[in-house]
Design a protein around this ligand. Structure first.
Ligand SMILES: [Zn+2]
Length: 314
């Protein structure tokens, strides 16, 4: 059996995660992420995919962060006709994050085109719009954790809790082969132990091939308990308050307890609209709050904030 694996992102950099697995039964992608960071990296988002999107039968998302999902609307615009699979929570997060990413691109391009018009430079178009992103959501099916399903005949997959963000998964893939199926594991981003809001990551079973993201390079992640994490956050907040500074928290609003940390003089959360949405998703399946326009933090420079709102990576 010939099976090949192609790495189209998150290699030599930590964003743009996109792995293409070509099997005799068909080709699939694990993640379809957007490149983020310096302009030279973001430029990669505008190039054509280095494969034919129409030949991809399935997309499996490890989690909703834009550096793992953000080019999916572009894939659908470029001819993808298969199905995409994500955990239920990831699918729900993508309902917000992908249209928001589209809106941010529209906003970015509008500003750029105003500048280009002054310089008599050609107009540019966004990679995709909010409407494109909304249309792409119909391709995504939800799958529960820990249950095998068949993204294409001859290939089975199972989402396991990765403990990274709400809905995050590492994915086990089993490809029919003789004399026995070949099993691959794609780690996605793996969360730490002892988090307040999520169970510890599950452990993968046997694997013939394991693809493990290595954002931390050759550094080990320091073990830290929930209490230790709270203590570190408390020290950071106290230091900022003592200096009369602001604290920008990139997290869901519910992660921060105003009372405990006495942060009433600080801005409690960047992008409160995003925080409301995240909170509602935690209460899921409650209806998400209504927010319009790109979700951008308000405290610092608008352009820099848009980038961080689009990023939300890690
Ligand atoms: Zn992530």
């Amino acid at each position: 059996m010939t099976l090949s694996l192609h790495i189209h992102g998150a290699a030599g950099t930590v964003t743009g995660s996109c792995h293409r697995l070509v099997t005799p039964h068909g080709a699939l992608l694990v993640d379809c992420g957007m490149f983020q960071g310096p302009k030279s990296l973001r430029a990669l988002n505008y190039r054509a995919f280095p494969f034919a999107p129409a030949e991809i039968a399935a997309v499996l998302f490890t989690h909703a962060h834009i550096d793992h999902s953000g080019l999916f609307p572009k894939l659908t615009l470029a001819g993808f006709q298969g199905r995409a699979f994500a955990t239920e929570a990831t699918r729900d997060l993508l309902r917000w994050l992908l249209p928001d990413a589209g809106a941010i691109q529209e906003y970015d391009v509008e500003r750029l085109n105003r500048r280009n018009a002054r310089r008599a430079e050609p107009e540019v178009v966004p990679i995709y719009t909010r409407a494109d992103a909304e249309a792409s959501l119909s391709f995504i099916d939800a799958q529960p954790y820990d249950r095998w399903f068949e993204p294409l005949p001859g290939v089975r997959a199972r989402m396991r809790n990765a403990g990274h963000i709400l809905g995050s998964a590492f994915i086990e893939i089993e490809v029919d082969a003789a004399p026995r199926p070949l099993r691959l594991v794609f780690s996605g981003d793996v969360g730490p132990l002892d988090k307040a809001l999520q169970p510890d990551p599950a452990r993968p079973g046997r694997a013939d091939v394991a693809l493990v993201e290595s954002t931390y390079g050759n550094r080990s992640r320091e073990p830290i308990s929930e209490a230790g994490r709270r203590a570190v956050l408390g020290r950071e907040l106290e230091t900022a308050l003592a200096a009369g500074g602001n604290v920008v928290v990139r997290s869901s609003r519910s992660s921060v307890r105003r009372k405990s940390w006495r942060i009433s003089r600080s801005s409690s959360a960047a992008g409160s609209c995003r925080a409301r949405r995240s909170s509602s998703i935690r209460r899921w399946p409650a209806a998400p709050p209504k927010c319009s326009g790109p979700i951008v933090p308000r405290s610092a420079g608008r352009r820099a904030d848009m980038r961080s709102a689009a990023a939300s990576s890690g």
